[in-house]
Design a protein around this ligand. Structure first.
Ligand SMILES: Nc1ncnc2c1ncn2[C@@H]1O[C@H](COP(=O)(O)OP(=O)(O)OP(=O)(O)O)[C@@H](O)[C@H]1O
Ligand SMILES: [Mg+2]
Length: 236
């Protein structure tokens, strides 16, 4: 499977009638098993790009080719849970085929077991984000799109979830697109990093990480960090 993104532009019309250019030409492709990471300043157009890639916003110039049969798992920047459904129902509604065993495993990994019957209004933001992750994983996606999924989690939990994302990606050859402001998440999870300019976003630098994820030792990560620090990038 392959995702091909060729956006030539995206403009919002403001309520006052003005034009707000959000995306400049952006072109890249992802293969199965690959993790692409989008890194860029706040407001540059990352979430807008993800919505276009998912087909939720069709009002843009260009073309996105998603594999038509791909199952899609998505974690939006705000968890977007159905407020009148419990945690468990939220996940089951998105993934009707999920088995009880799979659901239990996910809730265990994401430390959500005690919250199965809670409603979204009873959750902290970090808990709600974990439910959103459970929902995306339960779908067993071919294309996983994550918009800052580890924001507002403590370091230890964020680290465990990052490992879970890596395991999922490795086990099912998922194509993953991750938006993050964390360089550490980017270099631990990504295969290719796309550094974006301020709005309108364009790719100012593409950085492949050649070493397979599972083989990135702390020493290798330090080397990659040093390489990044030497790049003249505004969006770091
Ligand atoms: N529906 C909309 N109508 C008009 N303007 C919008 C709309 N959605 C986003 N924008 C504008 O598009 C620009 C990019 O927004 P977007 O949410 O894509 O940024 P982002 O890179 O995801 O930022 P952040 O890192 O803060 O999440 C912003 O200037 C925003 O105000
Ligand atoms: Mg955003």
């Amino acid at each position: 499977m392959r995702l091909e993104v060729e956006i030539t532009g995206k403009t919002f019309k403001s309520a006052a009638g003005g034009m707000h250019e959000v995306l400049a030409p952006v072109k890249f492709a992802l293969q199965s098993g690959e993790v692409g990471v989008l890194i860029g300043p706040s407001g540059c157009g990352k979430s807008t790009m993800l919505r276009i890639i998912l087909g939720l916003d069709r009002d843009f110039d260009g073309h996105v080719a998603r594999p038509p049969e791909a199952r899609i798992g998505m974690v939006f920047q705000e968890p977007r849970l159905l407020p009148w459904r419990s945690v468990e129902q939220n996940v089951r509604l998105a993934a009707p085929d999920v088995t009880d065993a799979k659901l239990s495993e996910l809730f265990k990994i994401l430390e959500l077991e005690a919250h199965r019957s809670h409603f979204p209004g009873e959750l902290s933001l970090g808990l709600a984000r974990r439910v959103a992750l459970a929902r995306a994983f339960a779908v067993e996606p071919d294309l996983l799109v994550l918009d800052e999924p580890l924001a507002s989690l403590d370091d230890a939990l964020a680290g465990r979830l990052r490992d879970e994302i890596a395991t999922l990606v490795a086990s099912r050859s998922v194509m993953t697109l991750l938006v993050t402001h964390s360089l550490d998440d980017a270099i631990r999870l990504g295969d290719r990093l796309f550094f974006l300019s301020p709005r309108p976003a364009r790719i100012v630098q593409e950085l492949p990480i050649e070493i397979p994820r599972a083989e990135r030792s702390e020493a290798e990560l330090a080397r990659i960090r040093a390489k990044l620090a030497a790049l003249p990038l505004e969006s770091k």
